[in-house]
Design a protein around this ligand. Structure first.
Ligand code: RAM
Length: 340
């Protein structure tokens, strides 16, 4: 009983801090028609997802009478997300947009939600196709993988040892991007670069920092780290700076300009990449809304009206692919740091 009530309290507390009502004072009938879209993110306290939420809020305002519920576990685990899915079902939300901490573990919970008429989409980090209707990929997986290897090659002069510092080993997006990096590395132009290991910081700053220190210890000749996560890349660059390794070890990967400005200015990072997380949240909200309203079913070939993003096309396996990632370096990081 004590365990149950503390679990309920934790979930309730998460909702308290995270619920945002986008519609203003609504009449009773408006309140009944209100569409409620929950963003279930990997973890709270991650500014990448805060920017996704801001895009969701923007779309909700445009669509009118839409409520965005922003929620996630404190640490990025599947168990935490399952607990929240159950709670969202009890609240009878209309849609859940999930960035999954695990490709398969959420499927039974999301299937139950879909059986009850809740539209489940995943974005950023996918749920396997049987557990969602649509997956919104921020960009082509192959491109994201290749881009990071290219930036690493450029920073470390095309030769030497480098490591990957990922998020959690169960996360779909990081695993797909790492697979794409390994494909890119097969190109003979990278023959002098050696991937020594992949470490996991679980999208926690402190663990990512400690894992980076561990890499320095285990691989004294390390020249680079690719971190395909906005949490990991900041921690890795900080470890490089703190250990006076600027100019010896280069960090690249995926990060937010607002969080990476210091690393670029310190010289720990030459360049890094990311897409626009605001657009990702905006588009995902538009898609969820159209599924709820029944304007589309979300099957391959569908074209979903998505406000300022135009029409987005649903591809094979229910996957929507957005734009190319942007690259940031000394020339533009300060400017974009003001945006996300
Ligand atoms: C972290 C998360 C997210 C990923 C970004 C780049 O915030 O792991 O899923 O897309 O990094």
């Amino acid at each position: 009983m004590r365990r149950l009530s503390s679990a309920v309290f934790r979930v309730a507390a998460a909702f308290l801090v995270a619920t945002i009502t986008v519609c203003g004072a609504a009449s009773i009938s408006q309140a009944q028609d209100k569409v409620r879209i929950a963003f279930l993110v990997k973890n709270l306290g991650n500014r990448f997802f805060d920017a996704v939420r801001d895009g969701g809020t923007e779309a909700a305002k445009e669509l009118g009478n839409v409520e965005i519920i922003y929620v996630g576990p404190t640490s990025a685990t599947a168990e935490g997300q399952i607990e929240i899915i159950n709670s969202l079902m009890a609240q009878r939300v209309n849609a859940i947009a999930i960035s999954a901490n695990d490709t398969n573990a959420l499927i039974p919970a999301t299937k139950r939600a879909m059986d009850r008429g809740i539209k489940v989409v995943s974005f950023d980090s996918a749920i396997a196709s049987e557990g969602r209707i649509i997956q919104v990929d921020p960009s082509e997986t192959k491109l994201i993988g290749a881009k990071q290897v290219q930036m690493m090659a450029d920073a470390m002069g095309g030769e030497g040892e480098f490591a990957i510092l990922s998020a959690a080993s169960t996360m779909t997006n990081q695993n797909n991007w790492i697979a794409a990096m390994k494909e890119e590395l097969k190109d003979p132009k990278y023959a002098k670069m050696k991937l020594v290991t992949t470490a996991y910081g679980d999208d926690q700053s402190d663990k990512s920092y400690r894992e980076t220190l561990g890499l320095f210890k285990s691989y004294p000749n390390l020249k680079g780290i690719i971190s395909p996560t906005s949490i990991g890349i900041v921690a890795a660059a900080k470890a490089v700076t703190d250990q006076n390794l600027v100019g010896k070890v280069y960090v690249t990967g995926l990060g937010l300009p607002s969080e990476m400005k210091a690393a670029v200015e310190a010289g720990a990072t030459k360049s890094f990449a990311i897409w626009n997380p605001i657009d990702l949240g905006y588009t995902t909200t538009q898609i969820a809304y159209n599924l709820i309203k029944g304007t589309v079913k979300g099957v391959p070939g569908d074209e979903v009206p998505a406000g300022r993003m135009g029409k987005v096309k649903v591809g094979p396996d229910g996957v929507v692919v957005m734009a190319e990632p942007f690259t940031f370096d000394k020339s533009n990081v300060a400017e974009y740091a003001k945006v996300f």
